[in-house]
Design a protein around this ligand. Sequence first.
Ligand SMILES: Cc1ncc(COP(=O)(O)O)c(C=O)c1O
Length: 379
Amino acid sequence: MKISERVERVPPSGIRRFFELTEELDDVISLGVGEPDFTAPWSAREAAIDSLERGRTSYTANRGMAALREAIAERSRERYDLDYDPDEEVLVTAGASEAIDVAFRAFVDPGDRVAIAQPSYVSYVPGVTFAGGEPVPIPTGEADDFELTAEALREHGAADAEALVFCYPNNPTGATMSKQDLEPIAAFAREHDLTVLADEIYADLTYEGDHTSIATLPGMRERTVVFNGFSKAYAMTGLRLGYALAPPEAITAMNRVHQYSMLSAPTTAQHAAIDALDNCDDAVVEMRSQYDRRRRFVLSRFDEMGIDCFTAKGAFYVFPESPWEDAEAFAEALLDAEGVAVVPGDVFGAGGEGHLRVSYATGMNELREAMDRIERFLD
Ligand SMILES: Cc1ncc(COP(=O)(O)O)c(C=O)c1O
C-alpha cells in the first residue's frame, strides 16, 4: 500500500519509544508520561454517567453543546480576561489535540512556513507537516528561562512565516511567560502579520505568578487562536475534550475541517465538562497544590544532587540538564539500571538537547522512590 510522503517524513514519537522500553521491564517508575495520576473529579464522572443513563448518546452541534460553549466563554472571561462569543468564537473539539490539528489544516497551505517555539509539545511539527506546511524551529534556551524571545524569532526566520505556535506554561520545560515578556512577541507578530497559535492547556497549572494569554495584548485578539482543554487541570485525558477560542472567521474555518472529520466532540465528555466547569474548582485547586508540592520536592532533590535544573513554574514537568552529555544514553542507562523512565529532551526539538523531561504527575511516594533511585544511579 502506498503511504503518503508526508506521513513517511514524520518519524514515530520519541516518547512512545520510551513507553515501549518500559513495557518490557518490571518495577518501573515512569516519570515519562504527560498525564495526571489523578482521576477526573467524581462529580464530572457522575455527570458523564448521568448523561448515559438519560440516553444522551447522539451527536451534538458541530461546534459543541451551547451550554458548554457558554460555560467555556464565561470561565475564560472570568479567569483569563479572554472575551469570546460562545456562538461564534468557541469550537469544542476531541481534546486540544484535535483543535491544534484542525487549526493547522484550516490555516496552513502547502509550503507555508510555520514557526514553532522549541522545545515543544511533540505534535506541532508533525501537525504542520501533515498539513503540508514547513515547520520552522525557533529554539528557546535555559539562558532565557526557556522563554521565547523576539531575537530568536528574528534570528531563526520567523519573519517570513505565516504562523507562530507556542505553548506556555510549556511542555516539556515547565516555563511560563509573563505579560511583560509576551509584549515583544506580540509586537513581532503584529509587525510580520503572523497568525499566533497559543496552546494554553496548562494555564490552570501555573504555580508562580498569573497566566497571561497573548490574545489579551493589544492587537492580538484578531490574529490569535487559543487552545485549551480538560485533560490536564481536570485530569480528564481519556474523556478527550478540548476547545479553541478565536475570532469568528477562524472558528468558521476550523469548524469546516472539524465538521467533516469529527462531526462533534464526544457527547458524554461534553456533559462531564459542563459539570467540571460548574462544580470542580475545588478539585482543581487541590490537584494544583499537590503538583506544586511535588514540583518543589523534585527541584530540591535535583539541586541536592548537583543537577542543574531551571525552576519550572507551570505544567507538571521539570527539565534538568542531563548529567551525561548524551541525554538519550543517560535515559536508557537509568531505565536499565534503576527502572526509572524519563524522556531525553531532544525528542522535543531544538533547545531540548542535553536535557531530560521529568514529569511529576506521579504520586509522592513513587516520586520519592524515583528520586532516590536517580541519586543512587549517580553515585
Ligand atoms: C502542550 C499540550 N497540548 C496539547 C496536549 C493534548 O491535550 P488533549 O488531551 O486535550 O488532546 C498535550 C498533551 O500532552 C500537551 O502537553
